[in-house]
Design a protein around this ligand. Structure first.
Ligand SMILES: [Cu+2]
Ligand SMILES: [Zn+2]
Length: 200
């Protein structure tokens, strides 16, 4: 029995050391955050993809796999809020998942294309699948795990990243604006949200 007591004590000490070690690591500047995962679901609740976000150097690696989508490019972004409510529909566009909020911007100026959460578009093949792995230095994992969380969203249409060359500029509108309009600067004309996943 003394042996068992010693074992229990050793385990307790080891656990204590692990807890102290992890809190010290979290306090250290530039620490590596725990990776975040997301399951992407469409508005009917069907699983259509998985994603991981993990720190890599001073940047973040995103690794994503999706299936069951229509072929072609799909706009793909990190949105500000970790809530994917399919019943939250935008009355103006009919798009679900309004609870995910707008694009994660981390106060970066310049509108869509310059948002922190703007990601390379997903290229879905004829078999409905896409896989991608890339690095962005516009956010770190810890910035995704803020108080209200974050979500990844796939859109119905390709993304123009706010790139509207001057030969396409519209006549000045009522606000005197030419070039990319408010819709383009918000989400690159990517259309409705077709899948959403909470990062956790
Ligand atoms: Cu989006
Ligand atoms: Zn954007």
């Amino acid at each position: 029995m003394p042996g068992r007591t010693h074992l229990a004590l050793a385990v307790t000490l080891a656990l204590g050391a692990a807890v102290i070690g992890s809190s010290a690591a979290e306090a250290a500047p530039g620490h590596i955050a725990r990776p975040l995962d997301a399951t992407l679901r469409d508005a009917a609740g069907k699983r259509v993809g998985v994603l991981r976000a993990e720190d890599e150097g001073q940047a973040t690696r995103i690794t994503v796999s999706v299936w069951g989508l229509s072929a072609g490019f799909h706009g793909f972004h990190v949105h500000t809020t970790g809530r994917c409510d399919a019943g939250a529909v935008d009355p103006a566009t009919g798009s679900p998942f309004t609870t995910a909020g707008g694009h994660l911007d981390l106060a970066m100026p310049g509108g869509h294309g310059a948002h922190a959460g703007d990601l390379p578009a997903l290229l879905v093949g004829q078999n409905g699948t896409a896989r991608a792995s890339f690095v962005t230095d516009r956010f770190r994992v810890a910035q995704l795990a803020d108080a209200d969380g974050s979500a990844v969203v796939i859109h119905a249409l390709p993304d123009n990243y706010g790139n509207i060359p001057s030969r396409y500029t519209h006549p000045a509108d009522t606000t005197g604006t030419t070039g990319a309009d408010a819709t383009t600067l918000k989400a690159g004309d990517t259309g409705n949200r077709i899948a959403c996943g909470v990062l956790h």
